[in-house]
Design a protein around this ligand. Sequence first.
Ligand code: NAD
Length: 499
Amino acid sequence: MKDLPVLTHWIDGAPGAGSSTRTAPVYNPATGAVQRLVSLASAADVDTVVASAQAAYPAWRDASIAKRQGVMFAFRELLNARKGELADILTNEHGKVTSDALGEIARGLEVVEFALGLPHLSKGEFSENVSTGVDVYTLRQPLGVVGIISPFNFPAMVPLWFFPIAIAAGNTVVLKPSEKDPSAANWLAALMTEAGLPDGVFNVVHGDKEAVDALLVNPDVQAISFVGSTPIAKYIYETAAHHGKRVQALGGAKNHMLVLPDADLDLAADAAVNAGFGSAGERCMAISVIVAVEPVADELISKIADRVKRLKVGDGMRGCDMGPLITEAHRDKVAGYIDIALANGAEVVIDGRGIEVDGEASGFWLGPTLFDKVSLDSAVYTDEIFGPVLSVLRVASYTDGVAVINASRYGNGTAIFTNDGGAARRFQHEVQVGMVGINVPIPVPVAYHSFGGWKDSLFGDAKAYGPAGITFYTREKAVTARWLDPSHGGINLGFPQNT
Ligand code: NAD
């Protein structure tokens, strides 16, 4: 381990080591080998990075919109031209296959393009002559230093959900990416510098809980955007709010796909396989539960199983359909649910253990796994497994299916598969979930809408990107102005009234 390269933080427009000597291993999940170490910041290191962002803030806040937009335009062009490099980094550290890595980048690029509309989107409002000779108008101004804490499963897209809008709006950023696949963050920061971003506007600090906790209490950090698991999202929300920060904290998920008897079962089976096993199920919008309204379950399961048999699992660089899981420990935890399923009386239709892969045996593999007749009280159903595991629940009616979905503690995404427009319309109205697909299994909204779940999938009231992103990263100021008019002079201690 000693001779391995160490990925350091990105401070003031350049790589920068902190004072901490703690590190964590960064694996290639397809080989199981440690390929580099990443620095884990101390609280003092975080304070240094925040100070850099704070120092850069006044000049960036006061930079003209045209100047800020120029940087974002250049960044968009560079990212689009060099996305192949970034995709390789993602596959190398996360394990997702190249096509999926490129898809992740495309969804991040969308947000950069949305942020290019900031001049229009951040305009204030103006009311003339609210009282005689008095105008009222609103301004949207940046907050200052904002912290972004991101998860392992989208090392490029999730940071891209946030920092383009935050920076375009005039904030400066400290990003704390996942320590499991940290290199994408430095690559993005270097690209922003190449695009002309002044030093200190976008910083990356690597680390674990110690770094996160330091960000949450630093008085110069005005806002926190977090994406990760539900228990940590709740902790972030409570702690950051306690320290007076604006906070949005997106948590975990258990996404259901309701299949009605009239659905096109081939389409539903394709969707279930793509959304269940894409990215090895390590997506917050993955479908992990099929709710099959009888009598379709047997036929649907058989169609899913046929498709799963044709999936090629292996090294993401080799044109496979599905890659490895993020770590050995996570792979073992996910595989453990197969024993739990058996113990809880479910049927294991496909057991992903021992699958043959196109890759090295030492990778963190688990093949697609399919359970039938899962019970609602089994941990297989109640836990977010976050792996290539799809459970089927059988219900008697649409109403029973919606009741199951609405009883879940999570409310991130859901989908209905049907050819009945009335049923779909009823579903979109009744379901207690933040993002709904109708014959679309992964309904991630485009960048000019906003992303976020309900219930334990989102803490706070601010969704990510889109209009919600502009609102989150700016604060409104209302100005009431009167230019001298002698008729309004004189003493009046009463509350201002409009005349
Ligand atoms: P995680 O919660 O373990 O980690 C997320 C971030 O929090 C990382 O940067 C990590 O370093 C930090 N962290 C971890 N433990 C911490 C602690 N005790 N105190 C402070 N900080 C801590 O999540 P993960 O495993 O990296 O990512 C997978 C999870 O993220 C899944 O639950 C998935 O559903 C969720 N996710 C949600 C969305 C969404 O939009 N709702 C999107 C992507 C991922």
